[in-house]
Design a protein around this ligand. Structure first.
Ligand code: TRP
Length: 378
């Protein structure tokens, strides 16, 4: 059996450059590598509803946005099967059976769930202070994520670092299922970004995570001017007050972004960013830029102008494709409809195998005889 990819995103907003370097760019490379027999890319709308139950309009609006981001970033529906989670009822069935293989205690220990609970003010410990309570669906979403991954017998799950606990949970479920019912499910592996700056791209404000609610995102669909403006306002080094002061690269968001986006040819093409009235530099690598910044004399304006050029160079082709696709939304809709139909067939096959392994396939051909024989103690 060949290798199979499954991954996806919640449609709660347009995708940003953190999604791009953390996962999307890699998916496109993997897609084009020809190493995978099948690739499934899921718009996780049902998971988005686990903490947006009161806002289905937001989720629906973002179905098109995420699909447009996918296609414009280079996912090709001929090679990658793009589909919508909620339309595959087999996934909820699998979740229901996997629920029996996981304890409440185990879910509570999931670091991502813990962090998201505190982010959303879902309080588990102190009833008196518990304004919203924890929706059961939200609490259990790692189990539904295991269903997403196993339904497609994925071998490889390319995701950002924050999803590592979900993969751990999935692997435990696979192990438990297979040892209890027989070897039906495939053990998946996580595939993390290979560049450490891409593991978790910070927000433009330097906060640990780029997130819509924090308002610190650069979106794939932002215009060149918006990108320039957001970069101008970016967090750099609070100790770098004068251009001549030595600067810090560590923890400096502009350098983190450059680590994630800069390519060797960029110094030649965008070298003009480092030519100023007071000082001019000629750099050939990011290391040289960093050393100069640490030595002093290289101002934030120059490195920000360079970052803007580098980012816009990556984003421009994506923006152009997006503008084209936006003119033909019925095409995008068809991609989703066909992708969902094809994905459903695969999930249905796995569910049939799961049910047979769990001995709940009563009405399959031949089962009447099996059940009668069983009753007769044969
Ligand atoms: N949890 C992922 C996110 O928040 C989305 C997701 C749902 C997913 N199911 C998945 C990712 C299965 C990988 C595999 O972006």
């Amino acid at each position: 059996m060949g290798k199979v990819i499954l991954t996806g995103d919640r449609p709660t907003g347009r995708l940003h450059i953190g999604h791009y370097v953390g996962s999307l760019r890699r998916r496109v490379e993997l897609q084009d590598s020809g190493q995978f027999e099948k690739i499934f890319i899921m718009i996780a709308d049902a998971q988005a509803l686990t903490d947006n139950a009161d806002n289905p309009a937001k989720v629906r609006q973002n179905i098109f946005e995420v699909a447009l981001d996918y296609l414009s970033a280079g996912l090709d529906p001929e090679k990658s099967n793009i589909f919508i989670q909620s339309q595959i009822s087999e996934l909820t069935e699998l979740t229901f059976f996997y629920n029996n293989l996981v304890t409440v205690q185990r879910l509570r220990r999931n670091p991502t769930v813990k962090q998201e609970m505190s982010l959303r003010g879902f309080n588990d410990e102190d009833e008196a202070d518990n304004k919203a309570g924890i929706p059961v669906g939200f609490f259990c979403y790692p189990i539904s994520q295991a269903a997403d991954i196993t339904a497609f017998k994925a071998t490889t799950v390319p995701v950002g670092e924050d999803q590592a606990p979900m993969l751990e949970q999935t692997r435990e479920i696979v192990h438990k299922f297979n040892s209890t019912y027989g070897p039906v499910l495939v053990m998946p592996e996580i595939l993390l970004p290979d560049n450490s700056a891409c593991l978790r791209l910070p927000g433009t404000d330097g906060k640990a995570k780029m997130s819509k609610s924090l308002g610190n995102c650069i979106y794939l669909s932002d215009s060149a001017e918006t990108v320039a403006e957001k970069v101008r306002g970016m967090y750099t080094d609070p100790l770098h007050l004068q251009v001549s002061d030595p600067g810090h690269v560590e923890g400096n968001t502009v350098f983190t972004y450059l680590d994630a986006f800069c390519r060797p040819g960029d110094f030649e093409r965008f070298g003009d960013c480092f030519k100023g009235r007071k000082a001019s530099f000629e750099f050939h690598s990011l290391d040289e830029v960093k050393r100069q910044y640490e030595a002093g004399g290289l101002g934030d304006v120059m490195i920000k102008n360079f970052l803007t050029a580098v980012l816009n160079d990556t984003l421009e082709p994506i923006r152009v494709r997006r503008a084209e696709l936006e003119k033909d939304l019925p095409y995008v809709y068809e991609v989703l409809r066909k992708g969902t139909e094809a994905a459903r067939e695969v999930a249905a096959q796995t569910l049939a195998e799961v049910k047979a392994a769990m001995k709940i396939n009563y009405f399959d051909p031949g089962m009447l005889d099996v059940m009668i024989r069983e009753r007769n103690g044969q």
